[in-house]
Write a protein that binds this ligand. Structure first.
Ligand SMILES: Cc1cc2nc3c(=O)[nH]c(=O)nc-3n(C[C@H](O)[C@H](O)[C@H](O)COP(=O)(O)OP(=O)(O)OC[C@H]3O[C@@H](n4cnc5c(N)ncnc54)[C@H](O)[C@@H]3O)c2cc1C
Length: 459
C-alpha cells in the first residue's frame, strides 16, 4: 500500500503532530533504501513518534487497519533491513533521541532508541564510561539492538547483545511490554530481551533500552603489521587470539583495499596483507610489554613490517581509514552497487575461509575486496558490480553463495553482524535447518498478521 486516504492521514497526524507525519515524496524516497543494493516499495507515509505511548497508539491503529509497519533508525544497514517491502507506514525512531539517565555507579544508561551511539559515548565519556559496540556508521541504538550490531572492538568487548539489560517494546498490536532487569545477572525464565535483540524490527518496536556501559581504557596501543602473504597474516590472527594478548581490535586488510585507502587518503601504508590492531592497557608499561610480545609472535608468522603508536592521532587515522573502507570502495567505483559478504566462522577456520574467499574472487575475475573483523572470525567481501548487468551480478551472487555455504559447513554463519534483512534470507534454511520453523512460529505468535517489517528474515 503506497497511499493513505485523508481520514487515515488525519488520524495519524492526531497521534503525533502535523510536523511529525509526512506523505511527501522526498521523505518517502529517503526511506526506501539503506546502503545495500536492495530497494523497497514506496511507503504510504512516515511518522516520527517521540514516546512509547505515541508508538503504542500508532501500532494499535495500524494493527486494526492491517497496515504494514517498518521501523527505521539511521538507515545504515547493509542488507535492506529497514527497507519497506510492502509500502505501509515507516516509523522513523530518530525523534526518540533522549538519553534518559546515566547511572555511573551502576555503569548503566537508559536511552530512547533514536539516540546515536557517538552521542551516547560523548555523554557517558564524561563519567569515564562507554558503550563499546561500534559499527563504522553512526547508527542509532534502536537499529543496533535490532541488528545486534558489533564492530572493530567486539573481539574484546562483545556485541550489542552483551550490553542490553532491559527493554521497553511496543508489540505489533500496540501492547507495551518490559523485558529483562537492571541486575548484573538473572536466571529468571526465558530471555525475552535476547529474543528481541537481533529481531530486526520484525517482532515490535523498541522504545526504551537500559544499557550496560564499561570503563574507558586508560591507554591505547595501535599497530599496523604487514605480512608477505595472506595465509601468514591469517595464521597470526589465530595465534594472537589464542595467546592471551587480548587485542581490542584485530582487523585484516588485503593489499587491494590498502591500495585504495592509500590513493584516497595518502596514508603511505605498505600495500601488503595487513593487520590493524589495537590493545588497551592500564599503563604505558603494560602496553610496551604487549608490543614486544605481539612483535615476537607475529615474527613467527614472517611479519615483515611493524608500526606501533600510543598517540591518539595514530589510532584515529588508522580507524578512520578502516571505518571508511566501504565508502572508499564506493567512491572508487562510481555508479556501481555492492554486495557484501558477512560470513563468520570459528577462529581456527578463519585462515582457510579467507583464502577460499580470495580465490573465489580471483578465479571469477570479479571486483571484490576481502577484509574483516578477523579477531571475531568475521569475513567481509565487498563485491562491486552492476545489478543491471545480469551476468556480472550473477557471478557476484555465486561468490556470496559459495562463501556462505563453506562458512556454514565449518560451523559458521551467513551473517556475523549485519543481520538477515532481505539479502541473507536465502541462507536461513541452510544455516538453521528445522530451527527456522520454530523462529517462524515465534514470529507468527507475536505478529499473527505479519505486519511488522514484512519480507525480512523469512522468505
Ligand atoms: C560504513 C558502514 C560500516 C558499517 N560497519 C558495521 C560494522 O562494523 N558492524 C556492524 O554490525 N554493522 C555495520 N554497519 C551496518 C549498520 O551500521 C548497523 O547494522 C546498524 O546497527 C544499523 O543501525 P541504524 O540505526 O542505521 O538502523 P537501520 O538501518 O535504520 O535499521 C536497522 C534495523 O533495525 C530496525 N529498527 C530500527 N529502529 C528500531 C526500533 N526502535 N525498534 C525495532 N526495530 C528497529 C529496522 O527495521 C531494521 O530492521 C555498517 C554500516 C556502514 C554504512
Amino acid at each position: 500500500m503506497n497511499e493513505f486516504n485523508e481520514t487515515q492521514k488525519n488520524t495519524l497526524i492526531s497521534m503525533v503532530s502535523e510536523d511529525r507525519f509526512s506523505t511527501g515524496i522526498s521523505d518517502k524516497n529517503s526511506h526506501i533504501h539503506d546502503i545495500s543494493c536492495h530497494y523497497g516499495e514506496l511507503p504510504a507515509g512516515i511518522i516520527w513518534p517521540e514516546s512509547t505511548e505515541e508508538v503504542a497508539d500508532i501500532l494499535q491503529w495500524t494493527y486494526a487497519q492491517k497496515i504494514p509497519v517498518t521501523p527505521w533508525g539511521a538507515g545504515t544497514s547493509t542488507e535492506g533491513n529497514p527497507v519497506p517491502t510492502c509500502g505501509g507506514l515507516v516509523v522513523d525512531c530518530t525523534h526518540m533521541d533522549r538519553i534518559l539517565a546515566i547511572r555511573p555507579e551502576d555503569m548503566q544508561a537508559d536511552v530512547q532508541p533514536g539516540v546515536f551511539r557517538k552521542e551516547l559515548n560523548r555523554k557517558t565519556g564524561k563519567y569515564g564510561l562507554f558503550f563499546p559496540p561500534d559499527p563504522g556508521a553512526d547508527a542509532t541504538i534502536g537499529g543496533m539492538i535490532a541488528n545486534n550490531a558489533s564492530g572493530i572492538q567486539t573481539v574484546k568487548y562483545g556485541a550489542t547483545k552483551d550490553y542490553v539489560m532491559r527493554l521497553t517494546i511496543v508489540l505489533p498490536d500496540g501492547k507495551i511490554i518490559h523485558t529483562g532487569c537492571l541486575a548484573p545477572k538473572s536466571s529468571s525464565g526465558y530471555d525475552l530481551t535476547r529474543l528481541f535483540v537481533g529481531s530486526e524490527g520484525t517482532l515490535g518496536i523498541v522504545t526504551q533500552a537500559s544499557l550496560r556501559l564499561t570503563g574507558l581504557p586508560a591507554h591505547h596501543l595501535a599497530a599496523t603489521i604487514t605480512f608477505p602473504d595472506l595465509e601468514s597474516a591469517c595464521r597470526a590472527v589465530t595465534a594472537m587470539i589464542t595467546s592471551g594478548l587480548e587485542p581490542a581490535a584485530l582487523e585484516l586488510l588485503t593489499p587491494n583495499l590498502v591500495r585504495l585507502m592509500n590513493q584516497e587518503k595518502d596514508l603511505g601504508l605498505p600495500e601488503e596483507p595487513s593487520l590493524f590492531c589495537e590493545f588497551h592497557g592500564i599503563s604505558e608499561a603494560t602496553l610496551e610489554e604487549t608490543k614486544q610480545l605481539t612483535s615476537e609472535l607475529c615474527r613467527e608468522y614472517d611479519a615483515a613490517g611493524f608500526s606501533f603508536g600510543m598517540e591518539e592521532t595514530h589510532r584515529k587515522n588508522l580507524w578512520r581509514a578502516r571505518h571508511e573502507a566501504w565508502e572508499t570502495i564506493h567512491r572508487a567505483h562510481p555508479g556501481k552497487e555492492t554486495l557484501i559478504v558477512d560470513a563468520a566462522v570459528p577462529i581456527s577456520k578463519y585462515p582457510g575461509m579467507v583464502l577460499f574467499a580470495q580465490a573465489q574472487v580471483d578465479e571469477s575475475r570479479a571486483v571484490g575486496y576481502v577484509f574483516g573483523h578477523a579477531g571475531d572470525g568475521n569475513l567481509h567481501v565487498v563485491l562491486v558490480g552492476d545489478p543491471e548487468n545480469a551476468k556480472e551480478w550473477k557471478t557476484l551472487e555465486d561468490i556470496n553463495h559459495h562463501i556462505v555455504a563453506r562458512a556454514v559447513e565449518v560451523g559458521g554463519t551467513c551473517t556475523g553482524e549485519h543481520g538477515v534483512g532481505i539479502g541473507k534470507r536465502q541462507f536461513m534454511r541452510q544455516e538453521h535447518g528445522e530451527s527456522l520453523d520454530l523462529m517462524r512460529q515465534i514470529k507468527n505468535l507475536i505478529d499473527p498478521l505479519g505486519l511488522m517489517n514484512p519480507g525480512k528474515i523469512f522468505i
